[in-house]
Write a protein that binds this ligand. Structure first.
Ligand SMILES: [Zn+2]
Ligand SMILES: [Zn+2]
Length: 739
């Protein structure tokens, strides 16, 4: 029995089912009406090229187009060229494979023959076309090039969608004529040959079995074996080197996070695992409870996502990966539906809701629900606590009663998908994440290296405009109780002779962030503490006249040599603290952020037509990106919470101690990875010295007062609060202590 029918039989919620099926049917009808369901004769290229070279936003894709030779940026640029065409074709091929699956699912649910016929037609056309796609003339096995796509990886993903459609049709008793079956058998044969070959290259020649590619080659092969009824082959694949169990053991850390420390690749690999498990289940082999050598499991990986999401259900963009985009939201929906249905992980309900919201389908289930969905009555589950991922190197702090929570990163660099972001802090409020990791642009954009991977784009510390070295930090101390959580994170590998200690203490009332930097040697350096809020603070700001821009230096490879290339960011003004009153002479700076609600400020991706972000002013202004901002721009492109048109639903109050000699300035930076051309305003707290203490406190509801009677002691006071002042001391061996 097919998945879809099993679902209907199990839950029998006719109304829900009819509505979803009706919507999916309508989508297919529209595409058919537009005449857009035609298999292109050209193979797909690399989707990461699908990005505007001027604005660095992803180009728009309309699946109802039959063919396209010019491509549109959300800001109106019209782009042409082979690379863009190739990228467009990737989306087109994937969209058609999805239509084949969607039509099969609609047929399975309501039995209208024309949907089965459509699905079958697309399948057979692809099967017939597949041998005709040119293998790239310079294709070498080490490049892992595909046939229908530039990359074997894309081909593997696409093939799983098509083969799932094929299996669903067969389950529903749809017969294939001899001619059609021959074409499909040839397609499956070619596919398995190349997938087996790529596996050999990855696992045996490159000794790189843990690669996320391997999981997808396994998934594609599992689909082929299921389609051909080859149980022995599938069993060998599951048990063998680089197979399901081995990959789970080496591609996922014991704390259940994918080894690259990227949320996106975690989801990516998990989805491949779930497809492989679905194929195994067809032979009665249960992989859903299978564990890796150190206890790694799909259940654990799904639970990690439930724990990692913010209160709106949005997943943080740790390391490489988009902040939000349609195809990614679909992937999240597919695995979250299964996490709920198979494992009953209630914490995935908000993640699923947010994925559908980003798809512009708030409250409306899509194909993923029809294929994998469970009963929709599941509650969101228990309030979530703090969690440390000791192997991946992440920590989340949550305390019941405090709307603020935090996420910090101290782990391994993360290979080619890592960012120079050690000790990064994401500050979250229940209503909205205030300082997210800004995500990653498609890899075809120059800003991948020049901004989004760099230290200055993260909420951590850089020295003198240079990014940190790729390195691994450590967690010195982690303690979570009912009323507080304390994480002490340390990094000694960011710069030579530089020791960074970040102390994060979250109580029921506030979050203290004490970031201490110490340099060995006698040479003072600019020590730079960054914070990138996605809403601009409300604060009186002293404008600097003719301020020199902030200079950052990005490593660029030219042949064998690495050169440092200078980029400039305009400085917009200086924040002025109250005059210093305490023993040390530190002043106090107060900032407030008005939150709009809605996670990460991300508007639904498909309803707006523009994958923009709410609350953006002056979208017609010249983009100001590190690569184009030689001349400092003063145009007002800053997002401001007070003028965005959205209702402020909550506020975060930020109090900083500003030591004599410190300065706190506003720097104009690129926007988030969805639209880097919509500038943001970063807060740069810096000091030219051999040592720095950046002491910041955040609170919801109202501001705290800070004072510092001595170097290692601070008092945190909430005015009119019964608790009175809290004395916090920083000690060498035990870190922060509440006295
Ligand atoms: Zn553009
Ligand atoms: Zn990042």
């Amino acid at each position: 029995m097919s998945t879809a029918l099993r679902f209907a039989a199990k839950h029998g919620n006719k109304v829900w089912l009819d509505e979803t099926v009706g919507r999916l049917q309508n989508e297919i009808d529209q595409l058919q009406l537009a005449g857009s369901l035609v298999v292109p004769k050209d193979p797909g290229g690399w989707w990461h090229q699908y990005v505007c070279p001027h604005h660095h936003t992803e180009l728009l894709f309309d699946e109802s187009c039959v063919d396209a030779s010019e491509f549109h940026c959300p800001h109106g640029c019209v782009i042409e060229g082979e690379a863009y065409q190739g990228a467009w074709l990737v989306f087109k091929h994937q969209s058609l494979a999805r239509v084949a699956l969607q039509a099969a699912a609609v047929y399975a649910a309501q039995g209208e023959k024309r949907y089965a016929e459509l699905s079958k037609r697309l399948l057979v056309e692809y099967a017939e076309q597949f041998p005709l796609y040119p293998v790239h003339p310079e294709a070498q096995s080490w490049m892992l090039k595909g046939r229908a796509f530039h990359q074997a990886l894309t081909e593997a993903i696409w093939s799983t969608t098509l083969i799932r459609a094929y299996l669903l049709l067969r389950d529903e008793g749809i017969a294939f004529e001899a001619r059609e079956q021959v074409a499909i058998d040839v397609f499956l044969g070619l596919l398995s040959e190349s997938m087996e070959e790529y596996r050999h290259v990855l696992i045996h020649e490159r000794n790189n079995a843990e690669n996320n590619y391997t999981a997808w080659l396994n998934a594609s092969l599992s689909c082929v074996y299921a389609a051909r009824g080859e149980q022995a082959e599938l069993e060998a694949l599951i048990e063998g080197q680089g197979g399901f169990i081995h990959h789970l053991s080496i591609g996922v850390k014991p704390d259940q996070f994918e080894f690259e420390g990227s949320t996106y690749y975690h989801v990516f690999v998990l989805r491949a695992y779930l497809i492989a498990a679905e194929m195994a289940q067809r032979f009665g082999i249960d992989l859903y409870a299978t564990t890796g050598a150190e206890g790694q499991s799909m259940h654990g990986m799904l639970q990690a996502l439930a724990d990692l999401a913010d209160d709106q259900g949005a997943l943080p963009a740790l390391h490489d990966g988009p902040l939000a985009r349609g195809p990614y939201a679909r992937e999240i929906a597919e695995i979250a539906e299964q996490g709920l249905a198979i494992y009953g992980i209630a914490g995935l309900a908000p993640v699923l809701r947010e994925a559908y919201r980003q798809l512009g389908a708030a409250g409306d289930e899509q194909l993923e629900a029809l294929l994998y969905g469970a009963d929709r009555t599941a509650a969101d589950g228990e309030p979530r606590g703090s969690r440390l991922w000791p192997d991946a190197g992440f920590v989340i702090g949550r305390v019941a009663g405090n709307p603020l929570s935090f996420l910090a990163d101290f782990g391994e660099h993360g290979g080619s998908h890592g960012h120079y972001d050690k000790l990064h802090l994401t500050l979250m409020h229940q209503a909205q994440t205030l300082t997210p990791d800004l995500g990653m642009v498609p890899y075809g954009s120059t800003m991948r290296r020049s901004w989004f991977a760099e230290t200055a784009s993260h909420n951590t510390v850089s020295l003198g405009g240079l990014s940190q070295a790729p390195h691994e930090g450590r967690c010195m101390h982690y303690e979570a109780t009912e009323t507080s959580v304390y994480a002490w994170l340390q990094s000694t590998g960011s710069y030579e002779g530089c020791t960074m200690n970040r102390h994060l203490l979250l109580t029921e009332d506030w979050l203290l962030d004490w970031f201490q930097v110490e340099l060995a040697g006698d040479e003072p350096q600019p020590i730079e503490w960054w914070m990138h809020p996605i809403v601009a603070p409300d604060v009186a700001q002293q404008t600097l006249t003719e301020a020199a821009p902030y200079r950052m230096f990005v490593a660029e490879k030219a042949g064998d040599e690495t050169m440092l290339k200078e980029h400039q960011l305009p400085i917009l003004g200086q924040f002025v603290p109250d005059e210093g009153v305490d023993a040390i002479g530190a002043g106090q700076l107060q900032l407030t952020y008005g939150l709009n609600g809605g996670s990460s400020g991300v508007t639904p991706l498909e309803s707006s037509g523009v994958s923009g972000v709410s609350g953006v002013l002056g979208t017609s202004s010249t983009p100001s990106t590190p690569s184009t901002s030689g001349a400092s721009s003063t145009s007002n492109t800053l997002r401001s919470s007070s003028t965005s048109g959205n209702v402020t639903t909550a506020s975060v109050f930020h109090t900083a101690l500003v030591q004599p000699g410190d300065e706190v300035i506003a720097v104009q930076t690129p926007g988030d990875a969805i639209d880097p051309s919509c500038s943001l305003m970063a807060i740069l707290h810096r000091r030219h010295d051999r040592k720095a203490d950046f002491i910041h406190v955040y609170r919801a509801g109202s501001a705290v007062q800070l004072s510092q009677p001595s170097e290692h002691d601070i008092w945190i006071t909430v005015p009119n609060h019964p608790q009175g002042a809290v004395h916090v001391q920083l000690t060498k061996d035990k870190g922060l202590q509440i006295l």
